[in-house]
Design a protein. Structure first.
Length: 181
């Protein structure tokens, strides 16, 4: 499967071999869009569906190291892919200057998407808003995956899902690039 390398600091490898280095990460490259703009040719639910898998991959990667028991790993990942956590992170992101106007528009578009909600989130307006916010951030993740994978990675780092902490408790990407945090 073709891969796209996202640098997470200074790379010491040639970039052509499969690497287990902590300063690079290979992700599947986005599908070829044949010149089509994601927001013009796919609906928000399609981008959110793609973004959901991208989000889960980031969560699984983030909690993979340091090694833990399977149930601890599973529970950590599940906590971060649930709508309630995604809503919290969406609001956190909206409260910063991190997002561009275009990204805010994609969030709004995703929030207004209609779809089938899980039964556990349909009984109150507050729970429906939770699902809408989760769909919004998944839509943005899908959009960025297709249009700007590096920006996606920057967003996931901003939300704390980009890089696992090293054995010394430091952020591995920050340590590799020389940043303090």
């Amino acid at each position: 499967m073709p891969e796209q390398q996202i640098p997470l600091g200074s790379s010491t490898g040639s970039g052509s071999e499969r690497s287990t280095q902590r300063d690079t990460w290979r992700v599947p490259i986005p599908p070829h869009l044949h010149g089509k703009a994601p927001c013009a040719h796919w609906n928000a639910n399609a981008l959110a569906f793609l973004g959901d898998s991208v989000w889960e991959l980031y969560a699984r990667r983030h909690f993979f190291y340091p090694p833990s028991r399977k149930d601890n790993y599973f529970n950590s990942v599940i906590k971060h892919v649930r709508a309630e956590k995604q809503e919290q992170l969406c609001r956190q992101l909206e409260g910063t200057e991190f997002l561009s106007d275009e990204e805010r528009d994609v969030l709004r578009w995703g929030r207004n998407a209609t779809g089938t909600m899980p039964k556990r989130l349909t009984d109150t307006a507050m729970k429906r808003e939770t699902y809408r916010a989760a769909t919004a951030i998944e839509c943005l993740a899908g959009y960025l995956y297709l249009t700007n994978p590096q920006r996606l990675h920057d967003m996931m780092c901003e939300l704390g899902l980009g890089d696992a902490l090293g054995e010394d408790g430091s952020n591995s990407a920050a340590a590799a690039s020389g940043d303090d945090g």
